[in-house]
Structures are given as C-alpha cells and as structure tokens.
Design a protein around this ligand. Structure first.
Ligand code: C2O
Ligand code: CU
Ligand code: CU
Length: 510
C-alpha cells in the first residue's frame, strides 16, 4: 500500500519535472510512509579543474549536496569528477538533478535497476536551467556502478568535459565476506584524454569511426596519479569511463589480477585470476590486491598493455581482406602518425607506492554462493550489430526517440535469451553493448571470437553484467530477466557510436 503510493507520486512528479520547468519540483506532502531515506541534489555546471601544471582546464562537473539523510552518502571528489554516491541496498533515494550546463542534459544511473521514469532516457532530457526529479529504491546488489549524462547526441562531449561519477552500492552482508573494509578500498575512474590542458571536444571523421581516443590516462581525474597503499589486501574498484578506449590492464611486475566482482556485483564462488583484464568503456571490475606480496617501499604501476588487434590499421586490413596483416607494426604506426591515438597503445593508468608498515596477512574472502542456473528462456531475440558508412545499427536500424520494433520487446519478469551478432561487415569493429535497467548473464560466445591478444583477459562471462564487448564475427547470447516495466534502451557504449545513433529502445512488459 505504502509502496503503491510511493510509485504513483514518483510518476506524477517525474512527469512534472520532465516538463522542464525551472521551478523547484513540487515536493510530496510529508508522510512518513513516502519520505525517502536519502535526498540528494546533483548540479551539473561549468567549472575549472587542475589536471596538470599550467593552465586550469575548463570542465563541466557534477556537484552534490545531501538534503536529507546520511551525510556520508556523498563522497566529494578532489577532481572534476562528480561526487561518489554511496548508497545502501533497500534505501529509498530521491535525487534532484539541476541542469546548469548550458545545453540539454539528463542523468542516467548506469547499471541500476530503476523505474522507467528514473532511468535518464534521452526523452527526459531537460534544458539548461531545468530540473528533473528522480526517485528510486536501491535494488542492485553491492557493487560498483556509475552515473553519467544521456541527452541524445551530446553524451560523448558531456562525459568528455567531465560529467560522470561513481555510484557504489553497499550491503550489510559484505561485512561477513572478509573483504577489505572501506579504509582499504580504492575506487578508480579510468579515462583517457588528449594531452594538454584542454578538454575541448571535436568530432572528426576518425573520431566518429573509432570513437574519441586520448593519449594520456587520467585516474580519478589526475594525470600521473599515485596511490599510497599499505602492505595488505585492498579492494580496488576499477571503472572504465573513457569515451571509446579499451584497456588491457596489468600490473607492471607481472603479478596476476584477482577478480572478485564484475559490472553488477560480486562474483560467485572463488576469485578469478587473470594475467591481464580487458575493460571496455563503462565496464567495471573489482579486484582484490594483496600489496603485501611486494617489497616494502616498492612502486608498481597499473598499466594498459599494448595490443594490435583493435588498431585502425588492423581493422582496415581485415576490411580489405588482409586478415589483420597490416595490424601492429608498420601500417599501425603509419596510421597513428596520420590519425592520432589508437586502440591498443601502451599506457600507464596509475602508480601505487607500498608503505613500509608491517605486513597484514590476507584473510580468505567469502564470495556469494553461485546463483541458480539460468532458467529456460520464455522468449528469444536476435540483434545483428553492424557498422557501415561511419554509423552503427541494430538489425539495420538506428536511434529513433520513441520507436520500439517487435524484435525489441521483452516479457517482464521472464527470461529472454537475446543473441547479439557482430556481423563484421562494413567496418569490422568491436562494440561495448549495454542494456539499461537490467543485469544479465552471458551464456555463450561463438564465432571467430576475441582476438588472440585479448582473449585471456575477458572475465565478463563469469558474473552479472550490464555491458559486454562484442568483437567482429562474434555471436554472444545474453540471458536477461527484466524486472522494471517500461521503455528502456540498449546501445553501443562507445560514446561516439552512441551519439551517432547506435542506440535503440527496448520495451519490457507483461
Ligand atoms: Cu551508461 Cu545508456 O548508458
Ligand atoms: Cu546504462
Ligand atoms: Cu560501437
């Protein structure tokens, strides 16, 4: 009963707020049953940030305030990044978004299971000066999520200008898992930018095709980031918030990475070890790192290793039937000279300095039990992913604000197996595919598969996901059970592809 009231109000107010009035949204009458646990205000506006020596960088940034509830629900960042939202599962949250960017915008809670009207679909974008009121109950399991703008056609420049933040969900049962506590946890937002002190954004032909690639990596908004850690186990939450860059993350001293979580929560069973990890735009991974295995005072780096399979030279080689012969070396180098930064260049993400404190031996972590096997599907969908003449398509269609085709309807509360196939025709490119409003499992990958130089770094198939990379020639089957009714969306999360229209609506209904 109380819940129904809550839902109805939420709808009405979202509609009122979506009308774009600059006036404050009408607050509900105060009745204990419908008041949120937490009320936040998030404002997006121009600002300045120090990225490195020299001139300040003009950015767009989110700032936040707690209007009601726990003061620690927001952790202010010391860079242009938005405050990290620190939410608890089950909490009822109200967020007032104020757009002061100078252009239309809307916030999307990436990976979160929220009602349709709180999802930040581009049809809800408000003009600068306007506000949007979000209300949702935190239903996701503990994990590392994100928020970012989602206005149609302007997501890439707004994110590149600095609009993005972490959204962390916590649960009381994490305490029983012998995971490092909050004092031994580091969340790292990884973004690439073009060198220099400007975040100015331009979308040329190459950018439209490969997506915007920078040549330096910022970790939590800083170039040459250094994190000081103690010789013990740390929980690292790594989020790729780059417009288009795919990272091949590894430790400079060659130790493997121990994965304990994916996009949508902790991995079941045991940690997974990988020599390196492939992280596509807007994917997240949690790792458990025992810095105590290094010498006191040691410095190690988190790097993105070189790989050639996704370079333009290699892609074009494939397109021209060269079977990737032109990748890497000669042609790749020439391409870089002509076109700027490439996928697969070696980069340093951040350095870690290990203190000389006494070593703390790690305890055995207890990850959640394996979830039941995916249920037999009630429906099957197929989506051909293609990229031609600088634009991406799903089953030959690109974005249309209100349209939903028959092959984009999923039954609510019942499992669908959704097959995505990257046809590799036109320009054979990898695409990070994202579905709003759900967490899903990957059942199988078929086809030519991931390139040899990335294969060992894929972990996605093990846990719950909301974004996955599909390589040219691959077919990926996703098992999804929508829980929120309404119109959501799926798209390529290469932001230049997304803005270019590689995005569609999908409808979840009974
Ligand atoms: Cu992270 Cu539709 O986006
Ligand atoms: Cu999303
Ligand atoms: Cu794409």
């Amino acid at each position: 009963m109380a819940n129904d009231l809550w839902t109805r109000r939420r709808v009405l107010k979202a509609i009122a707020a979506a009308a774009g009035s600059a006036a404050a949204p009408t607050m509900p009458r105060s009745t204990a049953a419908t008041e949120p646990d937490l009320e936040l205000r998030l404002t997006a506006a121009p600002g300045e940030a120090r990225i490195r020596d020299g001139a300040l960088t003009r950015v767009l940034r989110y700032t936040g305030e707690v209007l009601r509830g726990r003061a620690d629900a927001l952790r202010i960042s010391d860079s242009y990044l938005g405050p990290a939202l620190d939410l608890r599962r089950g909490e009822r949250v109200r967020i007032v978004f104020r757009n002061r960017t100078g252009e239309p915008s809307i916030v999307h809670w990436h990976g979160m299971l929220v009602p349709e009207e709180a999802d930040g679909h581009p049809r809800f974008a408000v003009d600068s000066g306007g506000e949007y009121l979000y209300e949702f109950t935190v239903r996701n399991p503990a994990g590392t999520y994100l928020y970012h703008p989602h206005p149609h056609g302007r997501t890439a420049p707004q994110v590149y200008s600095g609009l993005a933040g972490l959204l962390i969900v916590r649960e009381p049962d994490e305490a029983k898992r012998a995971l490092p506590g909050r004092e031994h946890e580091l969340a790292i937002v990884i973004q690439d930018r073009r060198s220099g002190n400007s975040f100015s954004y331009s979308r040329g032909m190459m950018t439209q095709m490969s997506g915007l690639l920078g040549d330096v990596v910022l970790a939590n908004g800083r170039a040459d980031a250094v994190f000081r850690v103690t010789p013990r186990a740390w929980r690292l939450r790594l989020a790729n918030v780059s417009n288009a860059r795919v990272y091949k993350l590894a430790w400079s001293d060659g130790q493997p990475l121990r994965v304990i979580g994916t996009d949508s929560g902790l991995l079941p069973g045991k940690p997974l070890e990988r020599p390196y990890l492939v992280l596509a735009p807007f994917e997240r991974v949690e790792i458990l790192e025992d810095f105590g295995t290094r010498a006191p005072g040691a410095e190690i780096a988190l790097e993105s290793l070189e790989f050639s399979s996704l370079s333009m030279g290699s892609m074009m080689g494939n397109m021209m039937g060269g079977g990737g012969m032109m990748g890497g070396g000669g042609m790749g180098g020439m391409m870089r000279g002509m076109m700027g930064p490439e996928q697969g260049e070696p980069l340093t993400v951040a350095r870690f300095v290990i203190s000389r404190d006494a070593r703390v031996k790690p305890s055995e972590v207890v990850l959640p039990a394996s979830p039941p096997a995916p249920e037999k599907p009630a429906a099957a969908l197929y989506s051909r992913v293609s990229f031609r003449r600088m634009r991406g398509f799903f089953n030959g269609r690109d974005f249309d604000m209100d349209a939903v085709a028959d092959d984009e309807r999923l039954p609510l509360g019942r499992p669908t197996v959704w097959t995505f196939e990257n046809d590799g025709g036109g320009m054979p490119m990898p695409h990070p595919i994202h579905i709003h409003g759900v967490r899903f499992r990957i059942l199988e990958r078929r086809g030519d598969g991931a390139p040899q130089d990335l294969r060992e770094g894929l972990i996605g198939d093990a846990g719950f996901k909301d974004t996955f990379l599909i390589f040219p020639g691959e077919r990926v089957k996703v098992h999804v059970v929508p829980t929120e009714p309404g119109m959501f969306m799926y798209h390529c999360h290469n932001l230049e592809h997304e803005d270019g229209g590689m995005m569609r609506n999908c409808l979840f209904r009974a």
